[in-house]
Design a protein around this ligand. Structure first.
Ligand code: UDP
Ligand code: MG
Length: 308
């Protein structure tokens, strides 16, 4: 079996060679064929020299260099597109993930799972990172219905189909298991050893928190409504419009009975609600057109097996 290791790296020069040695030692024990795909995400340190050197010494090492820093999700996509293995691993480049766990990931895949996600346990990061992380994990668990403990672990193993079918952009790399689960793949987790960062520093600071909130909204919306956006916007539009019509209807009755209504704040509210309602509706219909044109071109289903 061929194993592909996709490793996004942004300014991780001191770790790259060690990681290569650790992985090589581990997979040679397992007897599988292997390749490592380092994706240099626009590093400004010596990462590229180190990787060029590794590649020239060992053809198992493949390297993709981005022109600038495009982010971890983009790096993973680039790596997935080149990965030839039946099983694709993703690992962080900073030596926090331990290659000793590789056989345990493979065992889980053999049990029939399509994606195995790591659960950093015990997690060796500063509390400033673990506390917000807990909150995020709780919210994602609730919003996605996928029962994992650690959504922000870069260490994963998946069947090639999963890597092929999942589309990541922006900062959606945290949602690989969620997107896989959504497409019908069997997702599970195993506890993995976690090491403190030895070299360099974390690329994700506090900003991750605010961004994380928006990504969360995006993913929950994508999962629930990509195929039926009007069901989301339509309800809001309908409720708003009905309220507006009721209010303005009431005012019309008063007007017919001879009252003046031009000065009533209620009139503004009614008109506003009708306008907002129409807007929500149009937005929903536009979204339907978008979904239709995209989903009719791409496969919106995933096939597990085909006979004949
Ligand atoms: N990374 C990347 N591009 C970025 C930021 C990070 O490729 O723009 C890589 C980074 O080099 C590391 C992995 O993503 O291999 C995880 O990053 P980091 O260790 O900083 O995250 P943390 O472990 O602190 O959550
Ligand atoms: Mg790290």
């Amino acid at each position: 079996m061929l194993l592909s290791f996709v490793i996004p790296a942004y300014n991780e020069a001191p770790s790259l060679e060690r990681l290569y040695k650790q992985i090589a030692a581990q997979v040679q024990l397992s007897g599988h064929d292997w390749e490592i795909i380092y994706v240099d995400d626009g590093s400004t340190d010596e990462s590229m020299q180190v990787l060029t050197d590794l590649h020239s010494r060992d053809p198992h090492v493949k390297v993709i260099q981005f022109r600038r820093n495009f982010g971890k999700a983009a790096a993973l996509m680039a790596g997935f597109s080149q990965a030839k293995g039946e099983v694709v691993f993703t690992m962080d480049a900073d030596l926090q993930d331990d290659p000793v766990e590789i056989p345990r990931f493979l065992e889980k895949l053999e049990e029939g799972y399509d994606l195995v996600s790591g659960w950093k346990f015990p997690r060796l990061d500063p509390i400033s990172k673990t506390a917000p992380s807990r909150l995020a994990n709780f919210a994602i668990r609730l919003g996605s219905g996928l029962k994992l403990h650690d959504f922000n672990c870069g260490y994963k193993a998946m069947r090639a189909e999963v890597a092929r079918e999942i589309k990541l952009y922006g900062e959606l790399h945290r949602y690989v298991p969620v997107l896989a689960h959504w497409r019908g793949f069997n997702v599970t987790e195993i506890k993995v050893k976690h090491h403190p960062r030895q070299f360099g520093h974390s690329k994700y600071g506090l900003r991750r928190l605010s961004r994380g909130l928006f990504d969360f909204i995006t993913v929950v919306f994508l999962i629930r409504y990509t195929r039926r956006p009007l069901h989301f916007f339509g309800w809001m539009g309908l409720i708003s419009m009905l309220l507006g019509v009721a209010i303005n209807g009431y005012l019309s009755v008063l007007w017919l009975m001879g009252e003046t209504i031009g000065h009533r704040p209620l009139l503004t509210l009614g008109t506003l609600l009708i306008m907002i309602g129409v807007q929500f509706f149009s937005l929903g219909l536009l979204a339907e057109m978008l979904s239709y044109s995209i989903l009719s071109r791409e496969e919106e289903f995933t096939i597990r097996k085909q006979l004949g």
